[in-house]
Design a protein around this ligand. Sequence first.
Ligand code: PXG
Length: 295
Amino acid sequence: MIVYVDGNFVDEEEAKVSVFDHGFLYGDGVFEGIKAYNGRIFGLDEHVDRFFESAQSIQLTLPLSRSEMKKAIVETVRRNNLKDAYIRPVASRGKGALGLDPRSCKRATVVIIADAETRHPEDTGGASLSQKGIKVITTTFRRNGPDVLSPRVTSTNYLNNILAKLQANAVGVQDAIFLNDQGFICELTGDNLFIVKNSRVLTPPLWVGILDGVTRRVVLQIAKEMEMEAVEEPLTLHDLYTSDECFCTATRIEVVPIVWIDGRQIGSGAPGPITTKITKRFLELANREGTPIYE
Ligand code: PXG
């Protein structure tokens, strides 16, 4: 595998970052997760925009422009001869002194990893996820409020999310739902959340404290194009427990049905018709649109 590290394309054995990098020492950095389907990168502009917004939010100056970043991403996939890929750009504060003051870090570190991707990675349960659906619990950890690091920043400090994932692991379910400190539904540890109720497609608004997911935006658009009512609305656990269908969205897993929440079966306990329709349309778009890698 060829990895981009600070402007160079190097073999994975040489792809190294300093132990003095504040990304390693303090989790001071940002990242993205992007997918390529059949020789095209889906949502490249949206992901690169979010990457730069995240960097701007934490006052991290990136050593390359948006268009240079896009070129570097495309080139990394190309150098690995991949048509289907999961791409992970990461930028950290860079090498500095011990002590968390970012002023000792003179230059951000930028890494781009492009790995071969099959539709559903094994770490999320294998290819049957979209057929079977997943079970989730509510985590006792709360999503960050507006007074701390924004959930809209894809920061390399995902410990809240990892703690929630550990709670899901501990009881043998696939994922965990975050509420905010008022009890409104936010999202899962690495996915946005939707419900279907009386044929309406509902998802929490950004202000409750969620990532502005690229897949979430596409799904809202698809639902509208299919002439379904698609609304961003504050949701409670009651709404989730009594929904007709529930599903989650993220770049890596696309659309995955949720069939069990905190001991309650959702709908029929199998993926619902609207979820199935949206998934099908999403895959059509993902396989058709996007930035060509080999032209
Ligand atoms: N919410 C959170 C908290 C996320 O981290 C999403 C929603 C979905 O956003 P997109 O733009 O992908 O539709 C994410 C991003 C992983 C992994 O390895 C996944 C994400 C982030 C980090 C790791 O599964 N998803």
